[in-house]
Ligand binder design. Structure first.
Ligand SMILES: Cc1cc2nc3c(=O)[nH]c(=O)nc-3n(C[C@H](O)[C@H](O)[C@H](O)COP(=O)(O)O)c2cc1C
Length: 186
């Protein structure tokens, strides 16, 4: 697939099955991520890859976040939280490692750079016939989850990339008209 076709036809796949991407495929995703635009070469990126028992540990962390939020305990909510990461054979947490008060690179640029890294990973997945879906949900912004993932005070969790073998059909893509979004000053 040529580069422009890939850019024009990226499509999220929420239904994901085993097998998970292999190490070589994941290396291609990480190399794509590591080419994200990066002002002042701060490399503000951290990736945590979850598979197998790691997915269960992540689910436990989500359940702990639920318990912390409502100590009286909604057991159904905890059980549902614990199952969330099991929707794919692999999840990658993409974290912006933010250098606070950098003289040239404000926080937003560092977070956007990590977002670009996540986006590049989705393209690299699709280019290899893999399926991917970027999710956040409340857990990406939850202090219990942040602590459990060893995030530092200024870090931001830009998303969880759910990755695997496509388990369904890709949806038809909405056609969008660039003129609706583009203004030209000439
Ligand atoms: C930062 C971010 C967070 C997202 N979080 C969720 C989410 O938690 N749940 C969800 O169903 N979709 C989420 N999405 C949207 C999907 O990843 C996807 O973009 C959407 O379903 C549209 O499909 P498309 O990417 O093929 O256009 C998120 C997207 C972004 C950029």
């Amino acid at each position: 697939m040529d580069a422009l076709t890939l850019l024009h036809e990226r499509n999220s796949m929420g239904k994901l099955m085993a097998p998970a991407p292999d190490a070589e495929q994941m290396e291609a995703l990480y190399q794509a991520a590591l080419r994200a635009p990066d002002h002042a070469e701060l490399t503000p990126w951290r990736f945590i890859e979850f598979t197998g028992a790691g997915l269960e540990r992540l689910g436990e962390l989500f359940a702990k976040a639920e318990r912390t939020k409502s100590p009286a305990g909604d057991e159904a909510a905890q059980a549902s939280a614990a199952k969330k990461p099991l929707r794919a054979p692999m999840v990658v947490a993409v974290i912006a490692k933010v250098t606070p008060e950098h003289p040239k690179v404000p926080r937003v640029e560092q977070v956007v750079s990590a977002g670009c890294a996540a986006h590049a990973m989705l393209y690299a997945a699709q280019a290899q016939g893999l399926g991917g879906m970027w999710r956040t949900g409340g857990y990406a912004f939850d202090a219990t989850v942040h602590a459990g993932l060893g995030m530092e005070e200024h870090d931001e969790l830009v998303g969880f990339l759910y990755l695997g073998t496509p388990g369904g059909r890709l949806k038809p893509l909405a056609s969008r008209v660039s003129a609706d979004f583009v203004e030209r000053w000439q």
